[in-house]
Design a protein around this ligand. Structure first.
Ligand SMILES: C=C1C[C@]23C[C@@]1(O)CC[C@H]2[C@@]12CC[C@H](O)[C@@](C)(C(=O)O1)[C@H]2[C@@H]3C(=O)O
Ligand SMILES: O=C(O)CCC(=O)C(=O)O
Ligand SMILES: [Fe+2]
Length: 338
């Protein structure tokens, strides 16, 4: 990405962060092999909508191999990368996030997780051997999807939902509408001149899907918003995964789980590389509170909608918009039914 002048930098979002150096030590850490994992996961999803997962069973080698290939790609000349862009929404993009004017200090590749759908054009950029990249993505996603399904089964168990695969079956469905994103945040030494301010890599937002599984290298930048509205920095850990509750899961749990607001701040000296699997349901799936989540007489907080309707609406929104707002039932409607 071309190094921006001070005037160009002004076109990016710049924010003042309260505690730029302090890491938050309260991120829940869940060991997937802990017999209490289901209870701890439910607690973490209720309080934060976010947790770190260790002992996850995904081989470190799958993560490092894909990270290295991603770095090779992002280091290609701009003209080469542009051959697989602009994103439609899949493909290579830089600076622009989504179709509605959001920008960030970022380059990315957005892929469909269904290998039949991901165009050969995307993989053909890996000139020497597109197959190497394709198989690195496939190995990684196979292991990550398996782990995400285990996490979703534990969530269902912890919430007392039956059958326990009610959430994971949406991701394993052959029509599951999931995607995969490789993000590259170049270092920005010019940032130092911004004295006390930070350049936004990926602006604040919630993820629309059911669950997001994030792995990054050891560069800082990810921040989450706590219940009280404070932003805190997540200590990076390249051997672990970070799990985000998405909007669809907030609805399916009738608001018990929170879809976590998060953002990424660019680093002055080190590039950040992240890979995120966004697990979504089939387009035709109705997104509504699961019956066994609702207490007797409890009303859904949301109007009924399909994933296709929600996704279409999300893609018309700006990153920071509160997308679920359009689908919330009005208080009067809820009270009228009590
Ligand atoms: C501004 C946008 C980018 C986004 C689509 C949207 O209109 C609103 C949601 C954004 C988001 C956030 C999570 C994922 O990174 C993503 C792929 C998704 O499904 O929703 C992005 C979308 C995108 O970058 O196209
Ligand atoms: O790159 C990251 O660490 C997070 C990016 C993100 O939130 C997203 O791609 O939706
Ligand atoms: Fe996100």
């Amino acid at each position: 990405m071309v190094v921006p002048s001070q005037t160009a930098l002004d076109r990016y979002s710049v924010i003042k962060t309260c505690k730029p150096t302090g890491f938050f030590s309260g991120i829940p850490v869940i060991n997937l092999t802990n017999p209490d994992a289901k209870t701890l996961i439910v607690e973490a999803c209720q309080e934060f909508g976010f947790f770190k997962l260790v002992n996850h069973g995904v081989p470190l080698e799958f993560m490092t191999r894909l990270e290295a290939l991603a770095i090779n790609f992002f280091n290609l000349p701009q003209s080469e990368k542009d051959k697989v862009g602009p994103p439609d929404p899949f493909g290579y993009g830089n600076k622009r996030i989504g179709p509605n004017g959001d920008v960030g200090w970022i380059e990315y590749l957005l892929l469909n997780t269904n290998p039949q759908i991901t165009s050969n054009k995307t993989f053909s950029i890996f000139q020497e051997n597109p197959q190497i990249f394709r198989s690195a993505v496939e190995d990684y996603l196979l292991a990550v999807k398996r782990m995400a399904n285990e996490v979703l089964d534990l969530m269902a168990d912890g919430l007392g939902i039956e059958p326990r695969n009610v959430l994971s079956k949406l991701l394993s469905d052959e029509k599951s509408d999931s995607c995969f994103r490789l993000n590259y945040y170049p270092p920005c030494p010019e940032l130092q001149a911004l004295s006390g301010r930070n350049l936004v890599g990926f602006g604040e937002h919630t993820d629309p899907q059911i669950i997001s599984v994030l792995r990054s290298n050891n560069t800082t930048g990810l921040q989450i918003c706590l219940r009280d509205g404070t932003w805190v920095s997540v200590p990076p850990d390249q051997a672990s995964f970070f799990i985000n509750v998405g909007d669809a899961l907030q609805v399916m749990t009738n608001g018990r789980f929170r879809s976590v607001k998060h953002r990424v701040i660019a680093d002055t000296m080190k590039s950040r590389v992240s890979m995120i699997y966004f697990g979504g349901p089939p387009l035709s799936e109705k997104i509504a509170p699961l019956p066994s989540v609702l207490a007797e007489g409890e009303e859904s907080l949301y109007e009924q909608f399909t994933w296709c309707e929600y996704k279409n609406s999300a893609y018309k929104s700006r990153l920071a918009d509160y997308r679920l707002g359009l689908f919330e039932k009005k208080l009067q409607a809820i009270l009228a039914n009590v």
